[in-house]
Design a protein around this ligand. Structure first.
Ligand code: SAH
Ligand code: SF4
Length: 388
């Protein structure tokens, strides 16, 4: 008996190709895909209008399985965080952030991360492994259908997905791509390309591939205006320096669903947050703006964790930095904290579960900074909402 295939591993094309090997037509694959993703059904026997012959072929050959939930925490403000077991002592997190006009899910792409940014607790954990497509999509599949039951609705709850959980999505490109396609597919989650955001530390060749294969909204974690400083904070900068990265961003705009790129900038006390840094950033963006780069900035107050040896910039400095950028015509917002009481911190989420109590303590130490933004002083009204 062969191991059953997890159908969450397939986008519609992949599922159609697999169904073809069973002698099943494409429309059957679309029907199956809708049962799984739109209705959240995992039991083939419950897929009432699916041909009995196909149901029979699926039994034993296939399954629909998201990673198991280790824990769930719900914040007073409605933010919900799940820790998923991905085997081998590894766990990843996903965070749901409800807002008036949207519901955003922050999704992980890897267990750990090899980029090793200085200010990121995922980076400090090192790299364990890439998530499979089923593990990436499974976070959305589980969260969406859990939330519909939880909120007692049959309407879609998650309207936006941001790949801002653990890991560098563009270093797991081959598994990410079918996951993105499933999010966008009308037979899947039907999300618009503007509402799916890939956040990257700047894997230049993969940004180029994403532009061709599946141009969703792009967020680039910049964090510094010069190569010397960025190399120190984001070691990947040695391979793909700032000018090359920003030229790639300009080229991405020709394909992007929005007419700007979002740049994330984590505010680190005394490291990258002075007026001189802001000025250097303004000059950098002017230089690339001349070639057509349109940018919005999102300042993220740093979530401190002990091993980093770094601290969060005082709020007054974050605001002053934002004002300098806004006054120079660069639309800038400051990310507002959400879910503090459950430590739902996007971008620096939990790691391995080899010692689950230790992970629990570590998560408990983290402070929450998630995806709701507020404009920095001087921000144009239009800048209110940065993450699509
Ligand atoms: N690897 C991708 C996506 C995951 S990180 C990337 O780096 O873009 C998501 C966001 O959280 C990034 O902008 C990252 O810089 C930010 N981040 C990571 N650690 C953080 C911390 N300790 N405090 C605040 N933001 C952090
Ligand atoms: Fe990896 Fe992003 Fe963390 Fe850097 S910030 S270590 S790229 S997850």
């Amino acid at each position: 008996m062969t191991t059953p295939v997890n159908l969450l591993d397939f986008d519609l094309e992949g599922l159609a190709a697999w169904c073809d090997t069973l002698g099943e037509k494409r429309f059957r694959a679309a029907q199956l895909f809708r049962w799984i993703h739109q209705r959240g059904v995992a039991d083939f026997g419950q897929m009432s209008d699916l041909a009995k012959s196909l149901q029979g072929k699926l039994q034993g050959r296939a399954l629909v399985a998201a990673p198991a939930v280790i824990s769930q925490h719900e914040s007073k403000d409605g933010t919900i965080k799940w820790l998923f077991d991905v085997g081998g002592g590894n766990a990843v997190e996903a965070v749901y952030i409800p807002e008036d006009d949207r519901g955003t899910l922050c999704v992980s792409s890897q267990a750990g991360c090899a980029v090793a940014c200085r200010f990121c607790s995922t980076g400090h954990q090192g790299f364990s492994r890439n998530l499979s497509t089923a593990e990436i999509v499974g976070q959305l599949w589980f969260a969406e259908h859990f939330l519909r039951r939880h909120l007692k609705t049959d309407q879609r709850v998650i309207s936006n997905v941001v790949m801002m959980g653990m890991g560098e999505p563009l270093q797991n490109y081959d598994r990410l791509l079918p996951a993105l396609r499933t999010m966008l597919d009308d037979h899947g989650y039907g999300l618009s390309r503007r509402r799916v955001t890939v956040s990257t530390s700047g894997v230049v060749p993969m940004i180029e591939r994403l532009a061709r294969d599946c141009p969703v909204a792009l967020a680039v974690s910049l964090h510094a205006p010069t190569d010397a400083l960025r190399e120190h904070l984001v070691p990947l900068n040695r391979k793909y320096p700032i000018d090359e990265l920003l030229r790639t961003c300009t080229a991405y705009l020709a394909h992007a669903p929005r007419d700007f790129i979002t740049f994330e900038y984590c505010m680190l006390d005394g490291v990258n947050d002075s007026a001189e840094h802001a000025q250097a950033l303004i000059e950098l963006m002017r230089r690339h703006g001349a070639d057509g780069l349109r940018a919005k900035f999102n300042l993220i107050p740093f979530n401190p964790f002990p091993q980093s040896g770094l601290t969060r910039s005082p709020m007054a400095r974050v605001q002053a930095f934002g004002k300098l950028l806004n006054d120079a015509g660069i639309v800038t917002t400051i990310r507002k904290t959400r879910g503090d009481d459950i430590d739902a911190a996007c971008g620096q989420l939990a790691g391995d579960v080899q010692d689950r109590t230790r992970v629990g303590t570590r998560i408990a130490r983290q402070r929450a900074v998630v995806l709701h933004q507020v404009p920095a002083p001087g921000a144009a009204k239009a800048a209110r909402k940065m993450v699509p």
